[in-house]
Design a protein around this ligand. Sequence first.
Ligand SMILES: O=C(O)CCC(=O)C(=O)O
Ligand SMILES: [Fe+2]
Length: 245
Amino acid sequence: MDAYLIPDAPSSMYYISNFITAEDEDFILRSIPPNRWVSLSRRRLQAVPSRLTANNTLLPSPLPAWLEKPVVERLKSLNGIFVGAPHGINHCLINEYLPGQGIMPHEDGGAYHPVVATVSLGGSIVLEVTQKRTADPETPGAVEDQSTRGEKKTWRILQEPRSLLVTCGSAYNDTLHGIAEVVEDVDLSEQTVANWSLLGDKDTIIAHGGRNERPTRTSLTLRDVKKVSGLGSKLFGKTKIGTGR
Ligand SMILES: O=C(O)CCC(=O)C(=O)O
Ligand SMILES: [Fe+2]
């Protein structure tokens, strides 16, 4: 994985371009159930296998075959990523952004083991990563100096279709991430994009003068939900519903 480490980003973020093939991308986009979307004002999303309960618990259920193969299988073959995760990968949030849509800066929080694997489908988008606290000496580039004092450092990660982004460690715990609501990402270059050296297709961006017009982009964010309800309580829940008690 060392070859995929994003050099100037909080530790640790990894970027693998062309993680899946165009055929796999097509297959996944066609397999996402069309009737399970929840529409929000700025994007729509669905949770696989299901949404978490109010206290962030997952009712366990196998991931569908169209996610297992090739994505989950391939993630498991990447050395070490989910090694410390108690259940491996048990959950996936699917987000779809139309041109001009995005997601406010946020952190994914304590419901998950602190590793997230994001597979992008359909189009490129810039993820903006911002430091949450000031001066973390563990975070390269985030140490305050005279010129950045009082400002929060931002890293721009360009996520191309079919790519994988892995966020873990301090990058997971100490930063916020968001996607601007624009129809075009501009000023993309070696100087402004943290994962520039790892991109699969810089030439198209250069040919477009550092601009990326946003098509519809869908992301799979795969994680390990820490709290999984036991089989007993699941059956108990069903019994209760069945008997009306
Ligand atoms: O679409 C993305 O790349 C980010 C999605 C995200 O931040 C989330 O689902 O928590
Ligand atoms: Fe997130």
